[in-house]
Design a protein around this ligand. Structure first.
Ligand SMILES: Nc1nc2c(ncn2[C@@H]2O[C@H](COP(=O)(O)OP(=O)(O)OP(=O)(O)O)[C@@H](O)[C@H]2O)c(=O)[nH]1
Ligand SMILES: C[S@@+](CC[C@H](N)C(=O)[O-])C[C@H]1O[C@@H](n2cnc3c(N)ncnc32)[C@H](O)[C@@H]1O
Ligand code: SF4
Ligand code: SF4
Length: 336
């Protein structure tokens, strides 16, 4: 039986995003800038990460509240050892209808087939440029596009559904909007443009470096005319468009200039078991403590009900209204 719980804005909990690791092989300048996430940066030790058993127990509980969709993220989720084993166990849980991974795709060449066989439905691949020179700058590690494009091909060969995510930041990669649109119109993969967000405390965000949804759409529409589409599901973060005369789609995720908090059904679990009710939260709720303290399911359930029914978050709306911001959690830790 599913018990829907509503928050202060009558939003149900539908979508659980699990960060399985805080480490990453990239140093994207807007997420984990290399000068902060250097050799001496202290990532979580292994024993602090939630184990697969702990994750599975929690997902079983969450599924009773109406959570149907699981997204594995990070850091780079494919760096978590034996991720396919976790996927296979998630796939067995009643009520879980959709399992997806958000990844930079480099390790998909090795893992796509195993993940698909384990029950993974989809991958959302992050790629910020199609030209090597630009991409080598954005990923902070000088990595060319070819390992990512090969990863995307491996996902396609394995039969996984694919979307591409591109963060657009002024002065970083706006030159790539049209080249990326042309490239993925041909492959038929849905390309989603993400407005550069003020996540974390180190990416030097300011409003001047945001390229808005309106600007992105206008630029593409001039060369490749677009037709707006309805959302696929309640709470979808991207506004969707189709190219005229084609089935290929794009989306724009406009958390800054057109917030979508009113339909936010997402809850996030950090790699060390803290629950966050917003991407921009200052603090999480320690669920690992309950798990490792031997609490029964009932105690965890009543805690979750308390957390969700008190949830009042609508950070992107508050930001747009000029409400002062607090210290935030890093995106690589909370999960993107
Ligand atoms: N502000 C804000 N941004 C979000 C939220 N959820 C996702 N995003 C942004 O959207 C990006 C893309 O999200 P994905 O990881 O691809 O997941 P998704 O949009 O749920 O994907 P689908 O399930 O394929 O629709 C994230 O990396 C974030 O930058 C959210 O709740 N709030
Ligand atoms: C934190 S990453 C984790 C998963 C994986 N490493 C990847 O890059 O797909 C998840 C998503 O967050 C997005 N992201 C990170 N920092 C962002 C920012 N400042 N603004 C908008 N999106 C951001 C990334 O582009 C990526 O699509
Ligand atoms: S966006 Fe993803 S790939 Fe880039 S640094 Fe952040 S976690 Fe790593
Ligand atoms: S800012 Fe917070 S409440 Fe708004 S959509 Fe993002 S995660 Fe949800």
């Amino acid at each position: 039986m599913t018990d829907y719980v509503l928050d202060q804005h009558e939003r149900p909990m539908k979508d659980l995003r699990i960060s399985v690791i805080d480490k990453c092989n990239f140093r994207c300048t807007y997420c984990m800038p290399a000068e902060i996430f250097g050799d001496d940066y202290k990532f979580l030790p292994k024993d602090e990460l939630l184990s697969f058993d702990e994750i599975i127990r929690l997902v079983q509980i969450f599924s009773k509240f109406g959570v149907e969709k699981i997204r594995l993220t990070g850091g780079e989720p494919l760096m978590r050892k034996d991720l396919h084993e976790l996927v296979a166990r998630l796939h067995e849980i009643d009520g879980i209808k959709d399992i997806a991974v958000t990844t930079n795709a480099v390790f998909l060449v090795k893992q796509a087939k195993k993940l698909k066989e384990a029950g993974l439905n989809r991958v959302n691949v992050s790629l910020d440029a199609i030209e090597d020179e630009v991409f080598q700058q954005t990923n902070g590690r000088g990595i060319k596009t070819s390992p990512v494009l090969k990863g995307i091909e491996a996902a396609r060969d394995a039969g996984l559904e694919i979307k591409i995510n591109m963060v657009v930041k002024k002065g970083m990669n706006e030159s790539q909007i049209l080249p990326m649109a042309r490239y993925f119109k041909e492959t038929g993969d849905t390309l989603r443009f993400i407005e550069f967000m003020d996540v974390g405390n180190h990416n030097g965000w300011n409003m001047g470096s945001v390229i808005s949804k309106k600007e992105i759409i206008e630029e593409i529409n001039q060369e490749l005319p677009l037709v707006p589409l309805d959302a696929n599901y309640f709470g979808e973060v991207a506004s969707r468009y189709r190219y005229e005369g084609s089935e290929a789609e794009i989306g724009v995720i406009s958390s800054v200039t057109d917030a979508f908090c009113s339909s936010c059904t997402r809850v996030r679990l950090s790699a060390d078991g803290k629950l966050f009710t917003c991407l921009f939260a200052s603090e999480g709720h320690d669920i690992r403590e309950l798990l490792r303290g031997g609490e029964p399911d009932e105690a965890i359930i009543s805690n979750l009900i308390k957390i969700w029914t008190r949830r009042d978050d609508q950070y992107s709306i508050d930001r747009a209204n000029g409400k002062p911001t607090k210290k935030k959690i890093e995106m690589s830790y909370i999960g993107g």
